[in-house]
Write a protein that binds this ligand. Structure first.
Ligand code: GRF
Length: 207
């Protein structure tokens, strides 16, 4: 049984997709044992509470220094004994000690086809604003392992989504979430839970 914790900062629609997939057994061999947010107002915490999932908020704002936050944050993560950590709209930089300790056991959902529109400053609506500004015809989402960089770890799954005439960043974000994020993130967790993802030479092999 894969013990999964989900780190969130916002609305939690990706968290909801994971919860629903576990409850309908689209994700097998998996238990969501906790949710941690840096934002006490994150609706994702409400979603966790509704499903009886242990949840807590740890915010950098509550600490004098980032180092003090990092220590307490890592303690809270360790305390939930995760086999896999899922970043689902999580907007806080992961402490280097954590990416080392949980090498190839942290995954992230990014709302673009990496390596496009990713890296520092590309998150949430900003990703879709940049895509529309560039005039790309295809966008999408990527699930990848988290390493010491930003959106640079081995790619696990990607799914493409068409840009449509008249798209605004908000319309495009919603389509990418509905057609890509909410599908490939649960799928990636199910693959990992069933031992079907290996990392070789910095790239993933899906068995
Ligand atoms: C979405 O844009 C997602 O692509 C990104 O975080 C945003 C919020 O997601 N990872 P959620 O509704 O909190 O899951």
């Amino acid at each position: 049984m894969l013990n999964v914790i989900v780190l969130v900062s916002g609305g939690g629609t990706n968290l909801q997709a994971i919860i629903d997939a576990v409850e309908t057994e689209k994700i097998s061999n998996t238990r969501i044992s906790g949710v941690i947010s840096n934002n006490k107002n994150a609706y994702a915490l409400v979603r966790a509470k509704k499903h009886g999932i242990e949840n807590r908020c740890i915010s950098p704002k509550d600490f004098e220094t980032r180092a003090q936050f990092n220590e307490k944050f890592l303690e809270a993560v360790d305390g939930m004994k995760p086999d896999l950590i899922v970043l689902a709209g999580f907007l806080v930089v992961i402490p280097p000690k954590m990416t080392e300790r949980y090498k190839n056991r942290i995954i992230n959902i990014h709302p673009s086809l990496i390596p496009s529109f990713c890296g520092t400053g590309y998150y949430g609506l900003k990703v879709h604003e940049a895509a529309l500004l560039r005039g790309v015809k295809v966008v999408g989402a990527t699930v990848h392992f988290v390493d010491e960089g930003t959106d640079t770890g081995p790619i696990i799954l990607q799914k493409a989504v068409e840009v449509e005439p008249g798209d605004t960043p908000e319309i495009l974000q919603r389509r990418v979430m509905e057609q890509a994020e909410w599908k490939i993130l649960p799928k990636a967790i199910d693959l990992i839970a069933n031992g079907k993802v290996k990392v070789e030479d910095g790239k993933t092999v899906i068995l």
